[in-house]
Design a protein around this ligand. Structure first.
Ligand code: 5GP
Length: 348
């Protein structure tokens, strides 16, 4: 038997390996571009209309405050899983307008399952459940997706993370409406360093989106966006939604305290598998594992609205450059060119 490893020679691409090729366009102004999409999800048969940008379910970005700020622009916040049913109750009573724009997050534990059951039965308008594990390839995770689909037939289920077409389809066939794509691209993720596992994000999105769309399901491109142009590229690659962590970190609505260093304001931002997060929620890093996330200090950025408007403005502008009337048309109009150098950084 051969012990030679298989090597896939096809080059896989990241956001900074490509640029959009501009095309003739009939659009007069970026104000004409519609960033909203109207979905009907595969299993839940639920309709959802809004701007398909999602704040990540990290405890720094998946806060209720973020949920309220982003709901003003019809964007989604995947609320982190450390809020109690009582916290949810208060949020839903005080900010009912934000409820259609938030998702509840869970891992694979029984405790999470019971919490989700309790919260969703208390808040009927909460229709999206985000099942999130670092490694969406485990059978246990697939079983968890089945379990949620059976218990929540009319809820829209997000499941991830994976990076390949066949596993995207397996999660969809197990009950996921939307598959979350990305292993290792995140700003505070160290999975690739610690494990050597990963997949360049643009290729992962292109391949998983194709696999999901064949089954009339959807994907979220999760992680790796550092600029509005990257968000546009994730949509251009076929991502139906784009999930953002780092770009939404460091704001008023982000979790954590502001602190001052050398006269400058900062906020902490960390991965959910970082030592910081594991110490906070699990009493430390278990002996059998290593931390797969890092902790950074981010310059304080003020209200998230300015960052969100910058992202929305960038994506709108991309649409005008490629002749797409709406964000849904962006993938159809996208032609990427491979580049050696994306930006001129001589003066930065
Ligand atoms: P960003 O937008 O910051 O580049 O990526 C956000 C995504 O990074 C999150 O949605 C999540 O999928 C991923 N992520 C968050 N924390 C960690 C972590 O500690 N380790 C890993 N491997 N990924 C993380």
């Amino acid at each position: 038997m051969s012990t030679r490893p298989h090597i896939d020679e096809e080059i896989k691409l990241d956001f900074n390996d490509v640029l959009f090729r501009p095309q003739r366009s009939a659009l007069k102004s970026r104000a004409e571009v519609n960033l909203e999409r109207d979905f009907i999800f595969l299993h839940s048969r639920r309709q959802w209309k809004g701007v398909p940008i999602i704040s990540a379910n990290m405890d720094t970005t998946g806060t209720f405050e973020m949920g309220v700020a982003l709901a003003n622009y019809k964007c989604i916040t995947a609320i982190h899983k450390y809020y109690t049913p009582a916290d949810w109750q208060i949020f839903a009573i005080r900010k009912p307008q934000a409820v259609p724009f938030v998702a509840i997050s869970a891992g694979t534990s029984n405790k999470d399952f019971e919490t989700v059951k309790q919260i969703t039965s208390n808040i009927p308008d909460l229709s999206m459940i985000c099942l999130d594990v670092a490694n969406g390839y485990s059978q246990y995770f697939v079983d968890t997706v089945h379990r949620y689909r059976e218990a929540f037939p009319r809820h829209t289920i997000v499941a991830g993370n994976v990076v390949t077409g066949e596993m995207t389809q397996e999660l969809i066939q197990s009950g996921a409406d939307i598959v979350k794509v990305g292993i290792g691209p995140g700003s505070v993720c160290t999975t690739r360093k610690q494990t050597g596992v990963g997949y360049p994000q643009l290729s992962a999105v292109i391949e998983c989106a194709q696999a999901a769309h064949e089954l009339s399901a959807h994907v979220i491109s999760d992680g790796g966006c550092v600029s509005p142009g990257d968000v546009a590229k994730a949509f251009g690659g076929g991502g139906d939604f784009v999930m953002i962590g780092g770009m939404f970190g460091g704001h008023d609505e982000s979790g954590g305290e502001i602190f001052i260093r050398d006269g400058q304001l900062f906020k902490k931002f960390y991965g959910m598998s970082s030592t910081t997060a594991m110490t906070k929620y699990s009493g430390g890093v278990a002996e059998y594992r290593s931390s797969e996330g890092k902790t950074v200090e981010m310059p304080y950025k003020g209200p998230v609205e300015a960052t969100l408007l910058d992202i929305l403005g960038g994506v709108r502008s991309t649409c005008t450059y490629v002749g797409a009337n709406c964000v849904m048309e962006l993938a159809q109009k996208t032609s990427f060119i491979r580049v050696n150098r994306q930006l001129n950084e001589s003066l930065s």
